[in-house]
Design a protein around this ligand. Sequence first.
Ligand code: COA
Ligand code: AMP
Length: 634
Amino acid sequence: MGKYEDIFRRSITDPAGFWGEAAENIDWYKKWDRVLDDSRKPFYRWFTGGEMNTCYNAVDRHVENGRGGQVAVIYDSPVTNQIRKFTYSELKDHVSRFAGVLKGFGVSKGDTVIIYMPMVPQAAIAMLACARLGAVHSVVFGGFAPHELAIRIDDAKPRVIVTASGAIEVKKIIEYSPLINKAIELAAHKPEKCIVLQRPFAKAQLLEGRDYDWEELMAKAEAADCVPVKATDPLYILYTSGTTGKPKGIVRDNGGHAVALRWSMEHVYDVKPGDVYWSASDVGWVVGHSYIVYGPLMTGCTTVMYEGKPVGTPDPGAFWRVISEHGVKTLFTAPTAFRAIKRDDPLGEYIKKYDLSGFRYLFLAGERLDPDTYHWASRLLNRPVIDHWWQTETGWPITANCMGIEAFPVRPGSSTKPVPGYDVQVLEANGKVLGPNVEGLVAIKLPLPPGTLPTLWQADDRYLESYVNVLPDYYFTSDSGYKDEDGYVFIMGRVDDVINVAGHRLSTGEMEEIVATHPDVAECAVFGVEDALKGQVPICLVVLKSGAQRQEAEIKQDLVKLIREEIGPIANFKEACVVARLPKTRSGKILRGTMRKIANGKEFTMPSTIDDTAILEDIEEALKRIGYAKKPHQ
Ligand code: COA
Ligand code: AMP
């Protein structure tokens, strides 16, 4: 029996023993009473009775243990042309002073703080400062529009918002203060204070009494110390798209999260203290939380914060430049980033310009890794290219080829095997476990391992409804897939209204809610279609109200603008067309799956519920007008 098999089996048959041992790598003020607390099933809790502080584990303990002079964070910003390094001692100084600033504004244990910032080190400093005080941060991705930020403000009810005056998207300057002002205007909850990091290319006008300059506050701040929190206390809320316009507030606790991330760094990513680890993502996403900030820092690694893109800042050699310049051992990013590099540098000419001798692994996640991109990357890099599957909800990988345990041969299209702690099963809708090579609903037998969501923010019922009631005793992932005869897991895609656009998780249900607000729209359907670069992009079909006068081109323009204003540019909502009717079942359910197949030029069988085939011909014609449905259906 292999090493993986032994470790995996123990994690499932003796989770308390397994994770209790892993918890020895975390420093505790008080050890736990119970490793796995199942007294309130299906709400499982980890390390109940334990007390610790996440910031202490990520920062202070490394200074105390002799790593003070080691670089903790490398900020590499091709868009502002600067590189800045923070040792663990310097990081401690910044974090403890910013914690002092927050404390001065009345932030204490249990209070919430929203962080809306680009990829600057101050974003990580703000997150760690919240953790230091036991405050709960909620980072909102900078590509979200004010409406999305307002929804999160109203749900999290922050005392303080930490932001910056702007960001640079390749070359375009994005001013943040109009966005923040608009979001606060839209929100019912009004945060008391905003702390603004002024950036030289976009000076913000500060609002007297509400806005404060980061640097001015830091210049006179007094350091605040770590506050012990319960292992089960929340560390952060991260909102992610569900099937409606109301995002889900994923809660992460302190203790289980620290234990799981610390364990995953060595066992999944084969990373040791002192190694340089780079996650080319954004702090606004879960990858950024887990593997830009908390995972690498809790392990005593050097983490890279990159404010740039895979291409265009300045060229498709950007990733190779960062890897060679900073001695990166492990890179983690989304397949879409590699598709962008492949598009601009198909022969990999830029790779040859850099010394990549220290580079060991490429990990990819966030969307399905298509075999083409896998083969391209592994051929040119000549190193393990590891697809691994996870979700905002789990916070760390569910399936992976665990490089720190045992490397399995890769099977393209598969994210390999369940990570220890995750009992992954493929089920029928009635809960029956399916055999090998049969596609079904992918679910994880409860309890989930530490570090995964204990619930949704102030919404236990929604947690049960979304994840637990669907398949009792299991966590339902909303993905479909299958396992082959050797236990390799193949994730095929979402079964709900969530799509993945350039590695960004978005809700088509929410887009439909917004489109439906247009005065001329009677009904609509938004669904994801395949895209060579971004994996998926949304397209929209609308039926107009009778008497609506506007032309298709005008409607499309309106809708594109509307989604950009309400969700943000990252929705990549660029196509909409008008149809006479939408195909539906007799009970009135819109047949989005059939339309998706038509749009993607895939074969489909005529749904038995459709009496009039002309509806689908009309849909096909409309989709052809916007460049889809290229192959005729059968
Ligand atoms: N703030 C403001 N705007 C943003 C933004 C941010 N943080 N991120 C993206 N946008 C904007 C872009 O500027 C673009 O605007 P435009 O429509 O005015 O041109 C729009 O949102 C769409 O962005 P995106 O889908 O990212 O496309 P792109 O062409 O700019 O870049 C990639 C394509 C593949 C290079 C880019 O999507 C990428 O690097 N993706 C990786 C994502 C990732 O790391 N995901 C995390 C999971 S690991
Ligand atoms: P997010 O919460 O943004 O991380 O998105 C989670 C969703 O992205 C999952 O439910 C999957 O649909 C998809 N996903 C993430 N990683 C992978 C992967 N390696 N393979 C296939 N799908 C993935």
